[in-house]
Each structure stands twice: as C-alpha cells, then as structure tokens.
Write a protein that binds this ligand. Structure first.
Ligand code: PLP
Length: 463
C-alpha cells in the first residue's frame, strides 16, 4: 500500500478518514457524507487546507495555540528531548529535569501560594485529578462527608466521566450515565440569555448567591469545593457581570469551600494576565491548566495547588497518577512555550496592544443588524446573533443562525465557532493589529451573508 500523504487528492483522504477515523463531538454519519476539511499545515495565525485555501484561525485551534503556529523552537526542543530522554515516569520516587523545571516555572508564574503542580495529559485528566484531590483533602482533614463539588450549568470542564460530570452540558450528561454522584450544578451568570428584566449587576449577584443557597441546602459539612471557569469558554464566551466573582470569593471564604479556577482556556495570557483569576480578582486554591500551557504543541495539563492543599495531600500516599504525568517531551515543549510567552512579551501585547484594539473593533460589531451584544475579555470574545435588535429574544429556530454564520465564515476563510446562536473567537495571542483588521472584515462579510440567507429563508423571527 502506498503511503498516505498531503499529496493525495482531498476526496481520497476524506474517504479514508470516513472509513476509519471516529471524530470527537461529531455526527460521524453526517461528516462522512460531507467530507472533513483537511488541514495540511499552519503558520502564525493561518491554516492551509488540502485545497490550498489559507484560512485565518480565530479559534487558535481549540483555544490553545497561544503563540501561533509554526514555531521551530518548540520543534527543536521536542526533538532534542526525545533523543535525550523520550520517556520516563514520575511514579515510584523518580523524576526528571523537564518536569522539575516546568513545575518550578509554573509555580513562579502562578499567583499567591499556588506553588505545586500535579501533572496530567489534558484538561479533562487534570479536572479528574481535582475531583479526587479535593475529596481526599477533606478526608485527610477528618471531614470525609465533604465530598460534594458545586459547578454550574453550561460549564465545560472536559469530556472524561469525571470532568464531564463537573461540566454542565446537558447533551453530554445524556450519554454514558453522567454525572457521577455528589456533583451539584447551580445556574450560570449568563445575563444576556437568562437575566430577564434584571440589570446585569443585580443578576450577577443573585447568580453568585445561588452558591450560598446550595451550600446551606446541601449542608456546609457536605460541600468540598466550587469549580468554575473565570470566563466560560465552550459555553459561549460568557463574561460574568462585575458583581459575580467578588461575591463568589466571599462565599467560598465564609464557608471554607475550596475554590477551583478552571484556567484551561483563561490561563497563559488569554485574558491579558497570566491567569484569568488575576483578571477577575479571585484567589483560587487550585487552578486547572492545559491548552495554552504548551500552546497545543504537545498534550499536557495539570493542577496547580496551594501550599496548604499540597501539604495535606502530601501527607501519605495519594493513590493517583497518569502514565504521562509530567511527560518529559511535553514538559520540555511547555517550558519553551512559556519562555516565548514571557520573553516576547505576549501577555503585555494582549493587555496593552492587540487586546484593546480587538475590543474596539469587536464591540463595534454590535452595530450590525444581526448582532445583539458583543462581549470580549482579552483575546476571548463572543457576539449574540438575534432576529430583532430591539429585544434579547432568541431565534424561533435556535442554532440555525449560528450554524449558517459559521459556514459563511469558513467560506470567507475565517474560523469562528458557534455555540447555538453565539459566535465566538479566541485567536492566537500573537495576532497583529493588521491581522485583526482582516479578522473583523471577514466576520462582517460573513454576518452580511448570513443575514441575507436568514432573510431569504424567512428565519429572522423570534420565539
Ligand atoms: C478544553 C477544556 C477542558 C478540557 O481539556 P482537554 O484537554 O480537552 O481534556 C477543561 N476545561 C476547560 C475550561 C476547557 O476549555
């Protein structure tokens, strides 16, 4: 059999893909009919597909390629590390230099006394670690009944059984018997969709106080932790009202509930600080990290924990770990990625240059007849598509406008994702102001074309 390469015709590659490759979060029967888009290479903020199209990736892959594509330094580090020590584990009283160096670097960057890292291969694995860690923490402290973890509807924390249970995606809970016991969900601070007549700040406060209510209902002696993304990503880039996080922090402090900030998207510069908790002004006991940690160049994640949590978990054996915890190649790649983020001033670029520039252009999209609101923090933004700008009422046929808009983006060589009828972006952090102009121009074109199509199909009606 001849080798399968980039030079094969697209249709042949698509047929082979359909025959053998099961795609995540995909209706594979539909995909087989349509054929998957085949990405062949990437540089900076652009992807190239097998038809030779150059596409701007305003999602940074899956929110992860923070330094952009095509950085040879990471390839070189990976090759060097693979030759020197491709693998060794960190169980059974051994360690290696990449894991040591990366853990030290993360401790240096992380706020407060978050000085200790438990490595995993992904964000899902790290959140599974967190479930076991916070329950074991309370057991070690003589309070084994404190096992309930409170999360939020429409949160995303990963796709394994544990992390998928933490998440609040009902479509995921419907398949495979989720959630596991002792996970409790409260409502999200999504004012646009759920705020009714309330003003955003009152609504934010009320949604935060649902945490207090849940703690009192479940019993203080039952609750171990609260987990949340500083800014919800996969749920639709939902920026909470300013009143929300301070109230959550107050409640966690008052009832001594561990606060887990899931920084898998927000971490490593996306919000304009190293971590989203710094942007939101909160002090987590544990942070979940992955994605931007290696800019997606290698699979790695972890839990960054406080001195106190580390001390409690460290007294005796924690019966937990992954074969690839602290994988030396992934760790070396992540370390090089952090070096680039730091030495090239990528976070100040987001905070002071590209972020404010994108914010201005992004928020101006709200003047489009199809856009109800535009929200953005650093390099994560969303717009709500609406049938009628005079109200926040959703489309009668939910999700179609978002789907059409995404297709029009693709047709104009722009990757933007849709969550229902919200369009979201999360571009590489190194995007330049010129590239932002292109992004916005293509987004406007896609919105115009989407509007025309919805008009033609008589779908501009609310429900
Ligand atoms: C992507 C994501 C995860 C899961 O990470 P994986 O590496 O896909 O397992 C967890 N939390 C958040 C907030 C994410 O966006």
């Amino acid at each position: 059999m001849s080798a399968i390469t980039n030079h094969m015709p697209t249709a042949e590659l698509q047929a082979l893909d359909a025959a053998h490759h099961m795609h995540p979060f995909t209706a594979n029967d539909e995909l087989a009919e349509k054929g998957a888009r085949i990405i062949t290479r990437a540089r900076g903020v652009h992807l190239t597909d097998s038809e030779g199209n150059e596409i701007m990736d305003a999602m940074a892959g899956l929110w992860c390629v923070n330094i952009g594509y095509g950085r040879d330094e990471l390839a070189d580090v990976a090759a060097r590390q693979m030759r020197e020590l491709p693998y060794y584990n960190t169980f059974f009283m051994t360690t290696h230099v990449p894991a040591i160096a990366l853990a030290k670097k993360i401790a240096e960057l992380a706020p407060g006394d978050l000085n200790h890292v438990f490595f995993a291969g992904s964000g899902s694995e790290a959140n599974d670690t967190n479930i076991r860690m916070v329950r074991h923490y309370w057991a070690q402290k003589g309070k084994p009944t404190k096992s309930v973890i409170i999360s939020r509807h429409n949160a995303y924390h990963g796709s394994s059984v544990g992390s998928g249970s933490l998440g609040g995606m009902s479509a995921m809970h419907e398949q495979g018997g989720l959630p596991i016991p002792d996970i409790h969900h409260i409502d999200q601070p999504h004012w646009w969709a759920e705020g009714g007549d309330m003003d955003p700040e009152t609504f934010g406060l009320q949604r935060a106080q649902e945490l207090e209510k849940a703690i009192l209902e479940l019993g203080e002696d039952r609750v171990a932790a609260f987990i949340a993304e500083p800014v919800q990503g996969a749920g639709g880039v939902i920026v909470p009202p300013a009143s929300y996080w301070p109230e959550i922090q107050r409640i966690c402090d008052k009832y001594e509930i561990l606060l887990i900030a899931d920084e898998v998207i927000c971490g490593f510069g996306r919000t304009g600080e190293w971590f989203g908790c710094q942007t939101m002004g909160i002090r987590p006991d544990i942070m979940t990290i992955a994605k931007g940690l290696s800019s997606g160049y290698a699979p790695i994640g972890g839990s960054v924990v406080s001195d106190e949590v580390a001390a409690v978990i460290g007294s005796g054996e924690f019966n937990h770990g992954y074969t690839y915890s602290g994988h030396p190649v992934a760790a070396a790649v992540a370390l090089e990625n952090l070096r680039i983020l730091e030495e090239e001033g990528v976070i100040p670029h987001v905070r002071d240059v590209a972020g404010p520039y994108l914010k201005e252009k992004w928020e101006a999209l709200a003047d489009h007849p199809l856009v109800g609101e535009a929200r953005i923090v650093g390099m994560m933004g969303s717009i709500a598509l609406v049938p009628n700008k005079n109200s926040r009422a959703p489309f009668a046929e939910a999700g179609t406008a978002g789907f059409v808009c995404r297709e029009r983006c693709f047709a104009n060589n722009l990757v933007m994702r849709h969550v229902g009828d919200r369009m979201i972006i999360s571009p590489p952090l190194v995007i330049t102001t010129d590239e932002i102009d292109v992004l916005i121009a293509r987004a406007r074109l896609a919105l115009d074309e989407c509007y025309a199509e919805l008009q033609k199909r008589n779908l501009l009606t609310d429900g």
